[in-house]
Design a protein. Structure first.
Length: 219
């Protein structure tokens, strides 16, 4: 039988608090370096376009994505989607984020295996983490042990895929910094600032992989 005792509440709360803290730090870091203009006065779109073209990806378009920090690469549409502050922004943060998303396009171009696996596994990760948590909580509330354990199994399966996501994001950041420096878009100081932005973002993925894990319920 599942019991919502203080230990379970604690195990639920700690990873969630870590995720909130990581996201708060990422937002704070992006906001900080979002106020610092890059020395060349380039926008995120210009940098993304230059990196894509330099790597033979002139067929990948760069569009504006609605919302804040909604930047992503859509492999199916072959479109780099940048939020407005990144697309038109000339900050150090805008350059780092734009370059990071081009990193995903470069992963597709080179056939980076973790990226290919991640794209195929996204539906399973989403369904497993969301449905699993609902089943787990329903099992706790209704005191249905079998339902709770099924939820644990689904979320655990999704959590096992978290290292794939982390690997993909770390590699995209590595590619981003390499392109920014070798193509002369950032100097040494700006490279450190861009690294700070990308590291803060990666922390949210790491914390997210912890937050997806449910506590093992007592039987």
């Amino acid at each position: 039988m599942l019991d919502l005792d203080p230990r379970i509440v604690l195990l639920l709360a700690v990873p969630t608090l870590l995720l909130v803290a990581a996201r708060w730090r990422a937002l704070r870091t992006v906001a900080r370096y979002g106020r610092i203009p890059n020395r060349l006065g380039l926008t995120g779109r210009q940098v993304a376009r230059a990196i894509l073209d330099a790597n033979g990806l002139d067929d990948v378009s760069v569009d504006v994505a609605p919302g804040h920090l909604t930047d992503h690469y859509d492999a199916r549409r072959r479109t780099l989607c940048l939020s407005a502050p990144v697309f038109a922004g000339c900050s150090v943060a805008a350059l780092g984020i734009a370059a990071h998303e081009t990193g995903h396009a470069l992963q597709d171009r080179t056939g980076y295996l973790p990226r290919r696996a991640h794209v195929r596994l996204i539906p399973a990760i989403t369904v497993g983490s969301t449905s699993g948590w609902l089943m787990f909580l329903a099992g706790v509330i209704a005191r249905l042990g079998a339902l709770g354990w099924l939820g644990v199994a689904l979320v655990a399966a999704a959590a096992l895929l978290a290292p794939v996501t982390l690997s993909v994001e770390l590699d995209a950041s590595r590619r981003a910094l390499a392109m920014l420096t070798t193509m002369g878009f950032v100097d040494e100081a700006e490279a450190r600032q861009s690294r700070a932005v990308l590291n803060a973002a990666v922390l949210t993925y790491l914390a997210g992989s912890l937050a997806v894990l449910p506590p093992l319920p007592g039987v």
